[in-house]
Design a protein around this ligand. Sequence first.
Ligand code: GRG
Length: 295
Amino acid sequence: MQRLDEFLTTVCRDVDQRLDELIPSASTRPRRLHEAIRWSLFAGGKRFRPALLIAVGETLGATRDRLLTSAAAIEMIHTYSLIHDDLPSMDDDDLRRGRATCHVQFDEATAILAGDVLQTLAFKAIADDVVLEPDVRIGLILTISSAAGTPVGMVSGQQLDIEAEGRDASVDEILAIHSQKTGAMITAAAVSGALIAGTKSSEVESIQSYAQGLGLLFQITDDLLDITQETAVLGKTAGKDVSSRKATFPSVLGIERSREMAAELRSESGEALRRIDRDTELLNALLEYVVARSR
Ligand code: GRG
């Protein structure tokens, strides 16, 4: 869809520009830290979470100027999670976004610190975002910190994921792991767009339902791509879930049932969008994008 392609192109351009403004330059001391952050951040990620935040915000009437810093902050937290996920003590990966992982290119200590400081810079950027009213900034910090943390956020989901490795997991377990590990930040991105637009609570609830389905759909597609796609296209090691005996949707449900579940989630998210009295074409197109993505 041409409108989505154009939208994603402008989002990548604008978010990268804002990230460049918010992150210390590579020549700022300590240079190695800032080089490491920039190595992982500007490595060609899809910018899906910023795109979702901006798509929701613009659909609900916010200007891009109000959305960009929060979109960049969400991407900083996402990139920190990827840097830490790739560490030897976690997934021990050497390829991410088509290049060497941060700890391989630099060293483990620098990668840990780069991840840590991406998280602190993200919350500082939101707190400092003078185009937003103070109560909106507090709402964003609460929403995003809850989604990134525990007890039902990205870090708790990562812990559950590690604990489930190498053994059979139930459907309920897999849903808990992925709604926390991947879904929480995707939902927070969408809700943040709605908060910045000053949306009424009934619409925020519909956006939340849409994004919860979208988050699980994103993960099921990710699990299927790990089996069906090549390393060169993914930009990360294909087949890693199977070799590490990860708890994934296909490992628990099988490939066919995972595909059926993806179709059900797609339809439930579409239903949630129909409850919003706006032009939701872009948000629908993002659903299709997640179903059809190849990397
Ligand atoms: C280490 C605290 C901590 C959390 C790690 C997000 C995460 C939790 C781990 C990433 C591992 C992974 C492959 C998760 C599956 C779904 C996912 C988040 C994929 C990566 O996101 P994309 O596809 O990546 O948006 P790009 O590179 O395009 O940004």
